[in-house]
Design a protein around this ligand. Sequence first.
Ligand code: NAD
Length: 479
Amino acid sequence: MDTKTTITSLQHFIGGAWVDAEDGATFEDLNPLDDRLYTLAAKGSSADMRKAVGAAKEAFPGYKKTLPKERELWLLRVAEIMEQRKDELINCLVDEIGSPFQKAMFEFDKGLTMIRAAAGICRNVRGETIPSDAPGKFSMSIREPLGVVAVITPFNVPLIKTTRLVANALAVGNTVVHLPSEMAPHLTVLFAEIVAEAGFPPGAYNVVTGFGHEIGDDLTGHKDVDFVTFTGSSVVGQHINEICAKNKTPNTLELGGKSPTVILADADLNEVVPLAARSIYMFAGQACIGSSRFYVERPLYDEFVERFSMVATKIGMGDLRDPKTVIAPIISERQRKRVADHIQDAVAKGANIVAGGNWEGNRCQATLLTDVTEEMTVCKSETFGPVSSIYPIDSYEEGLEKANDSEYGLSSAIFTKDINKAFHFAQNIGAGMCHINGPTIHDEAHVPFGGNGESGVGREGTDADMEAMTELKWVTVQL
Ligand code: NAD
């Protein structure tokens, strides 16, 4: 099997071979820092997608029979090669999507953990024995892979999402067709090179690069796709959910967020303020679990606003390769407009900018708003930029009520020394994840990661994916 794509234009990886788009089309992948050309990539068409699904389908019967120890070894080799190619992956995260060095390092380390954790589930694809009411009948369930898994990933954490979802699907015996974000094709192509070098059989992992709005339906609506795992915006997630419902294709959807942080009067601001900054400014707020709402009990409100604003104003916005830099460029013109519109709309309707609000090139300063009201777009909609709002609350109960006043339900956090209130919050917040005395941004390979409502359907992580990407079969033996 070839292990490398060509340099001039990235190619698709289908059936173990690097191939151009069938019609030869390419598209431009830009560096978001200054919109200069980063690379060209094959622009997938319906025909390319059909070819990739065909390759994954053809590979499945053989791949399904591979031994746990083989899949475990291939995955561990992926981790080894990732370490050898660390600099390339880091450079790609910096130049292709504008990750500051510290975010790229964080993502690389998480990605490695995702692969190693996936290697651990290969031996854990288990059914159980079941007592039978029929005399002499031995009854059991066996767990089987589903077949072809479609993996669709977003631009913001392409390595974390790719390593987790592709590795978990392959670990339990599925073959994969991956459609990466059109803003991060190179990262995925590097990953495909690593998978190929690690020894996975041809067709086990296939990548088609291109535009989701053009070829996504050819993947999610394909009759030979047995499972869809999608991470991206709620609008696209809704569309995919409808397609999957029509075909009865099981799926998980990891979508947008408007995650709240509640800070009670007994919290220690020395601890809270740096974590609050991390919660929203990492990768310039382009994080689904970023905290875009802070509810602060009134005795701490003024001091929190003052101290948080001071930190926001000083947040690193220098060279992306400087380890102190936090603020990244906003990924695209469309997203920049969205962030700018949210700030302008809020100010026009009476919000107060207490930090940031201006742009330096394609980067928006770390921005904090107060006096935000319901009629402002920023109050309820996902901004996906370095923008957060701070609201005063008069009690814990008001904090919980306001935190729950959202169509989204992804991550959440509460800072307090009162364990009863903290646990009450964890049990009553309508989010998929809750962190007590920790930031909304937290993820691990083996946890049930995901959200409710507009934030998605289902959970991902080693255990959750193992269950979602396999099916139980009931088998009996009459003795
Ligand atoms: P997006 O929805 O624009 O794109 C995500 C992916 O969907 C891309 O690969 C795109 O090509 C593809 N796509 C577009 N139309 C499609 C279609 N019709 N069929 C199939 N695929 C299609 O999202 P984005 O801008 O890349 O990412 C940002 C969004 O992702 C934010 O809303 C963020 O909150 C969310 N996100 C969620 C999580 C999570 O775990 N919940 C993690 C990261 C990002």
